[in-house]
Write a protein that binds this ligand. Structure first.
Ligand code: GRF
Length: 188
């Protein structure tokens, strides 16, 4: 059995897709959902699927290594960031070397780095008059959006697409691919 921990701060639509995908899977289980937002919808969604949740604050995440104990106690094989905005601290990257992945709503290395999240990304893409965007699944290291790329998928952008419309197209790609790529990584 391979065990996943999902980290999410936002609406958690990717987390929901991943939970759905592995719901009846005998080889992979979503063991825990971790969030830094105590009222985020992702927590209630996880709980209603019978998945354990943990709310963390900055001290817990950055000033202790308790996160590692928690994840090791659960025998976590892979940490999946799904709209998790905090930079992953070095101790955690070291403890889970090559076993933390993230999804980014653009074709890295373009439109990545600090501050490049959510609508900021799509507004920048619109501003730059890009005619292609997409999403990137990559390993996580100590720097925002810089780990090795695992998988990318792209979509066309029309001149008249708004940033919101670009966001919708990209999110659709994320939902289509993230869980499948996770599955593939775990089966390797
Ligand atoms: C996604 O666009 C993802 O690429 C980014 O944050 C967003 C999360 O959306 N890292 P959701 O919370 O999964 O709906």
């Amino acid at each position: 059995m391979k065990r996943i921990a999902i980290f999410a701060s936002g609406t958690g639509s990717n987390a929901r897709e991943i939970i759905e995908f592995f719901k009846h899977n005998k080889d992979v289980s979503v063991e825990i959902v971790v969030s830094n937002k105590k009222n985020s919808g992702v927590l209630s969604m996880a709980q209603s699927n019978g998945i354990k949740t943990k709310v963390i604050d900055r001290d817990y995440f950055y000033s202790s290594e308790k996160m590692v104990d928690l994840l090791k106690n659960d025998n976590i094989d892979l940490i999946v960031l799904a709209g998790f905005l905090w930079l992953v601290p070095n101790y955690l990257v070291r403890a889970f070397q090559g076993r933390i992945i993230n999804i980014h709503p653009a074709l890295l290395p373009k439109f990545g780095g600090k501050g490049m999240y959510g609508m900021n990304v799509h507004l920048a893409i619109k501003e730059a008059n890009e005619f292609v965007s997409g999403m990137t699944i990559h390993y996580v290291n100590e720097h925002y959006d810089e780990g090795a790329i695992i998988f990318q998928a792209s979509c066309d952008i029309n001149e008249q697409d708004t940033a919101d419309e670009i966001a919708t197209k990209v999110l659709k790609l994320e939902h289509k691919h993230y869980a499948k790529v996770i599955n593939q990584l775990l089966m390797e």
